[in-house]
Design a protein around this ligand. Structure first.
Ligand code: ATP
Ligand code: MG
Length: 560
């Protein structure tokens, strides 16, 4: 990869504007690239975070730099180790490894000392106003704020009060530490932003050591600076925070990290708000954070997505400066592309119609050799049993077929994949006229793609030997929401009214016997049906398979 580290190297075209910013820095001779991914451990990571992970780790990797994992754990009431562990697992699963694992809480002591420094410089003060009074005093975009009556406390008094805040002498909400900037500033965030609030709560790492906790704006930039982050990449809504980020760094005279913003990922039919996802989990609308209908990384993993497909998706959607909504079909396209390359093929019938081959011996079983992956010779072959009674898909038979129907019809012939030609001799129905069984004959000479007289048939269908079939629960997933934008609701309704009642359909499928040993974490192509993987609920007594994605694009848009 050619990076312009000196004038003689050709500059590779930048992949996106962040890439370009780094290339410019490199061209100026700033060769060190240090990024970080800074999740708050208050929920599971979702596909939006995956994009941020790919950008942060991807850029560091591309420029021989490093990416830290930093947990932004400044709010003890919402955070938990459960989330820390899941976040680490998800990043590793995506294929990335962090240089340092850090926590904003590692820096509480340093942040506290810097706060004292700002007090000493006359740039911070302790405010006794209530939350309500502080909010009112802030003014509006068009009306300047009013100064707090406590704004002009002496440095000594501020020091004393802040130390006592830290020592636990005050109750939650009794006092806050604010930066002393400008109550009439056009950027509302500059109107004496709160730096610290009092929270008497057990922190998942620091226990009860602290009862004052820094706010995002005071913690984030300083943490970046401590880690000497060169490119602090975050989502667009933080652009108004950037001047304040710079202000603290400037006033403290510490390492000048810089913040850059990109557009967050939004997906059609998908809700990404952690608070709402938590609600779905808590109310039992879904089976958990890893329910395959969730947009979380652990859900994608459970659903059978590959890490490569998620990375490819992040690459495909790119890095934009303006908010947009990506079609869910693109994500499905990426997983389909990857699985087509890597997934082994199997045969399974999800909507069965019994076929009896009347001229095939009753007690006979033979094995047919099937190719595991036509895209990858090294995947080898497997043996699939064939017998007198089979299942085929109901859709592969039509009693009164239209002209171009090449599958099975009365009196017609079809090729069973990897096996014989069969001909439909009789259609058996129940009293209501429903088709219950087909009675067919087979051509014993047609076993190797040939036939007794050289005739060829157009249709090839998949099948499973009925006595050998593994009966499994198969879960078919559809989008969790009915509307492209789940937040788009009619008056009087909420986003929850947009939930799709058919987001999970459970059916019974009949699988070829090799799938009895299907390994968790492996996704297969069920030939002509779609991609499926064993679910984490699956047991030998009760196999459960998830549909990862349909075989064909049902979203059409993507290919246009
Ligand atoms: P919240 O602040 O509601 O807890 P969050 O989604 O911002 O949720 P964080 O844990 O703060 O979660 O996010 C970690 C990083 O992931 C941040 O840098 C954030 O900007 C980025 N991120 C979060 N959501 C998206 C998204 N939809 N697309 C791209 N990046 C995202
Ligand atoms: Mg956040």
């Amino acid at each position: 990869m050619a990076i312009a580290s000196n004038e003689n190297t050709t500059k590779e075209k930048a992949a996106n504007f962040l890439d370009e910013i780094i290339q410019e820095a490199v061209a100026r001779g700033e060769t060190r690239v240090q990024t970080r991914f800074p999740p708050e451990p208050n929920g599971y990571l979702h596909i939006g975070h995956a994009k941020s992970i790919c950008i942060n780790f991807g850029l560091a990797k591309k420029y021989g730099g490093k990416c830290n994992l930093r947990f932004d754990d400044t709010n003890p009431t919402k955070e938990d180790v459960e989330y820390v562990d899941s976040i680490k697992r998800d990043i590793k699963w995506l294929g990335f490894d962090w240089a340092l694992e850090r926590y904003a809480s590692d820096y509480f002591e340093q942040l506290y000392e810097w706060a004292l420094e700002l007090i000493d410089k006359g740039l911070a003060y302790v405010d006794d106003q209530t939350q309500e009074q502080i909010r009112e005093g802030r003014g509006t975009v068009s009306v300047p704020g009013t100064e707090s009556p406590w704004r002009n406390r002496s440095v000594e008094e501020n020091r004393d009060l802040f130390i006592r805040m830290k020592n636990g002498e005050f109750a939650d909400g009794e006092k806050v530490l604010r930066a002393k900037i400008d109550m009439a500033h056009p950027n509302m965030l500059f109107r004496d932003p709160i730096m610290y609030r009092i929270i008497h709560a057990e922190h998942h790492r620091t226990g009860d050591k602290w009862c004052i906790y820094p706010m995002y704006d005071y913690a984030h930039g300083q943490s970046d600076s401590i880690e000497q982050i060169t490119h602090s990449i975050c989502t667009l809504e933080f652009d108004v925070h950037r001047p304040l980020y710079d202000w603290f760094i400037d006033k403290l005279g510490i390492f000048p990290s810089h913040q850059y913003e990109f557009a967050r990922l939004n997906l059609t039919y998908t809700m990404m708000s952690k608070r709402r996802l938590l609600k779905l989990v808590q109310e039992g609308v879904v089976m958990g954070w890893d329910d395959p209908r969730m947009p979380t990384i652990c859900a994608l993993r459970r659903k059978g997505y590959t890490p490569a497909s998620v990375r490819a998706f992040a690459e495909m959607v790119g890095v934009a400066k303006r908010d947009n909504v990506i079609d869910l079909g693109k994500l499905e396209y990426c997983v389909r592309e990857d699985l087509n390359r890597v997934a082994e093929r199997r045969m399974a019938v999800l909507n069965p119609l019994k076929v009896v081959i009347t001229n095939y011996p009753e007690d006979k079983t033979e094995l047919f050799t099937c190719i595991n992956n036509p895209e990858d010779e090294s995947a080898g072959t497997r043996q699939v049993p064939f017998s007198r009674e089979l299942y085929i898909e109901r859709d592969d038979f039509m009693e009164n077929p239209p002209k171009k129907f090449f599958r099975l019809a009365p009196g017609g012939e079809v090729r069973l994949r990897y096996s014989y030609l069969i001909k439909c001799e009789e259609v058996v129905k129940d009293a209501e006229g429903n088709i219950t069984e087909l009675r067919c004959s087979y051509d014993p000479m047609s076993g190797n793609g040939s036939s007794s007289d050289g005739r060829r048939v157009k249709g090839v269908i998949h099948w499973v030997s009925a006595p050998h079939a593994v009966e499994a629960e198969v879960r078919l997933f559809n989008p969790l929401f009915l509307t492209e934008d789940p937040n788009d609701v009619e008056e009087g309704k909420t986003w929850e009214d947009n939930l799709n009642p058919d987001s999970m359909v459970r059916i019974t499928g009949y699988l070829e016997p090799s799938l009895r040993d299907a390994a968790a974490g492996t996704t297969y192509q069920f030939e002509r049906v779609g991609y499926f993987c064993p679910d984490t609920d699956s047991t030998p007594e009760h196999p459960v398979f998830n549909r990862t994605v349909t075989l064909k694009d049902s979203w059409a848009k993507i290919n246009k």
